[in-house]
Write a protein that binds this ligand. Sequence first.
Ligand code: FAD
Ligand code: DLZ
Ligand code: SF4
Length: 517
Amino acid sequence: MTGALRLVLGDQLTRGVAALQDLDPARDVVLMVEVAEEARYVRHHKQKIAFLLSAMRHFAEDLRTEGVQVDYVRLDDPANSHSFTGEVARALARHRPDRLICTEPGEWRILQMMELWQADLPLSVEIRADDRFFCSRADFAALHRAGKTKRMEFFYREMRRRTGLLMTDDGPVGGQWNFDPENRKPLPKGLRPPRRDRFAPDTLTQEVIALVAARFPDHFGDLEPFGWAVTRAGALQALEHFLSDCLPFFGDYQDAMKTGEDFLFHSLISPYLNCGLLTAAEVCDRAVAALGAAPLNAVEGFVRQILGWREFIRGVYWTEMPDYPATNALKAGRDLPAFYWTGQTEMRCMAECIGTTRRHAYAHHIQRLMVTGNYALLAGIAPAQVEEWYLAVYADAFEWVELPNVHGMVLHADGGRIGSKPYAASGAYIDRMSDYCKTCRYDPKQRVGAKACPFTTLYWNFLIENAPRLRANPRMALPYRHVTAMSDGERAAIQAEAARHLSDAAPPRQAGFEGLW
Ligand code: FAD
Ligand code: DLZ
Ligand code: SF4
C-alpha cells in the first residue's frame, strides 16, 4: 500500500474529523479498533461500552457505503491484542502504509501513547489538532496566557464575541450576557416533561449488546433497555426532538429534579457530542435558530453550557494536565461508600440519582453536581475514587470533560481553578429543587438526631472541618457567620453526628465490593 493509514478512535466518529480530511479513498485505509483495554482501564458502564462500539460499527458501515476502505478490528477477533498500540502495530504490518495519521485524542493517557508511536514507529506519525471545538488547545493556551481564562464567564463572553453567537452589533442579544438568575425554578405541580425519543436497538446494536453482556458481566449498570441513538441520523433526530419539545422549558427548569423523571427538559446529547455524532457548532447554530419558539433565557442557557462550560472545561484539562489530578486542596481521603455502586441507601436523593445512572448511564447536571457530587464533597471522599466512579458510569464520560468537572467543579480539589468556592449545599437545597425529601426517612432541616439529613449534618461538618482552608474566602463569609454563631456544644454535636454517619456509610473495599474497582 502506498497511501496513509488513518486512525479513528471511538470518540472521533465525525466524517470531517481531522484524520479524515484529505482522505483519498483509492489509496488510504481507515483503521478502527475495538480493544478491551479501553473498556477496562476503568470498568465502564455496560451501556456506555455498547453505545460506543455500536456507534463505531455504524460509522464504519457508513464509510464503507461511501467507498472508503475500512480495516475494522472487532472485540472478538482472536488475534486482537486489545490495546491501541498493539492494534496499530498489527495494522502497519498488514498494510505497510507510508504514514499514519491520527487526530489528537481526548485523554492525556492516549496522547502519551501517540507520542510514543511518533518516537518509536518506523514511519511518519502525524497527530492533527482536533478542530471539532470552538476553541483549539492553542487558542485556549493563548487566552490563558492573556489572563482571560480565570473564570468561565469571561471566557464565555470572549467566545460569544469570537463566534458571533447570540450577538448583535451593539453587544449580546437581549442586552445581557447571562440569564442564569431566571433558570433556577423547581418543577411546578402539573407540568409534565415530554416523552423522550428512545431508539430501539437494530440488529447490529443487538449483536453488540450480546457481546458486552458476555464480556463485561461484572461492570456497573443495566445494559437494557438500551435507548441511545448510535448513528448520526439518530443523533440529529434526538437533537431536533429536544429543540422542539424541551428547549422552551430548558432554562426555567434546568436545575430542577423530580422523582421518577430521569430526563426532565435536558437535551441528552452529551454522548453524541462527545463521540462525534454531533458537532458543537451545529448544535449551537440550531439552538440559536430556535430563538423565538424558545425564550432567550433557555437558548442562552443552553448555548452557554456548550460554548462556555464545555469549551472552558476542555481548555482547563489541557492546560493543567498532567499535574491536575494530583492536587487535593481540601485533603479529602475517605473511601467511596459502596452505595455509589449499589444504589442501596436510605438517602432518597442519592438512591434516585444512582438509580437513573444505573438505568441509563445518564444523570443530569444538577443530579451529578448537587447530589452525588455534593455528597462526595461533603463526606471528604478521596478525589481519585470519585473521579473513577464518574468516568466509569456515564455514557458521555471521557477524561477531558469528566476530570475538571469532578476534580474542580465538584470537589474543589484544584483549590479554585474552576470555581471560586465549593458548591457545598445542605439538604435545604435538595428540598427546594426536588421532591426527593418528601419520601425520605430523613428530614432536611435536622442536622443532629435520628432524623438528621446526612447532607445537612455533613454540610455543617464540612464547614467546621475545612474552616482553616475556606473561612477566609469572601464568598464563604455568610455560611461561616452561621458557624461562628454556633455554640461549642452545637458544633461538637454536629461533628459527632457526622462521624456516626460516615462510619455507617460502609467502606467499599470489603463485603464483596472489591470486584467493582
Ligand atoms: P444538557 O443539560 O442538555 O446540557 C447541554 C450540553 O451542555 C451537554 O450535552 C454538554 O455537552 C454541555 N455541558 C453542560 N454542562 C457542562 C459541563 N459542566 N461540562 C461540559 N459540558 C457541559 N459532561 C460530559 O459531557 N461528560 C462527563 O463526563 C461529565 N461529567 C460530569 C461530572 C460532574 C460531577 C458534573 C457536575 C458534570 C459533568 N458533566 C459531564 C457535565 C454535565 O453534567 C453533562 O454534560 C450533562 O449532564 C449531559 O446531559 P445533557 O446532554 O442532557 O445536558
Ligand atoms: C471508551 C472507549 C471504549 C470503551 N472502547 C473503545 C474501543 O474499543 N475503541 C476505541 O477506539 N475507543 C474506545 N473508547 C474510547 C477511547 O477510550 C477514547 O478514544 C479515549 O478515551 C480518548 O478520549
Ligand atoms: Fe436527600 Fe436529605 Fe432530602 Fe433525604 S432529606 S432526600 S437525604 S436531602
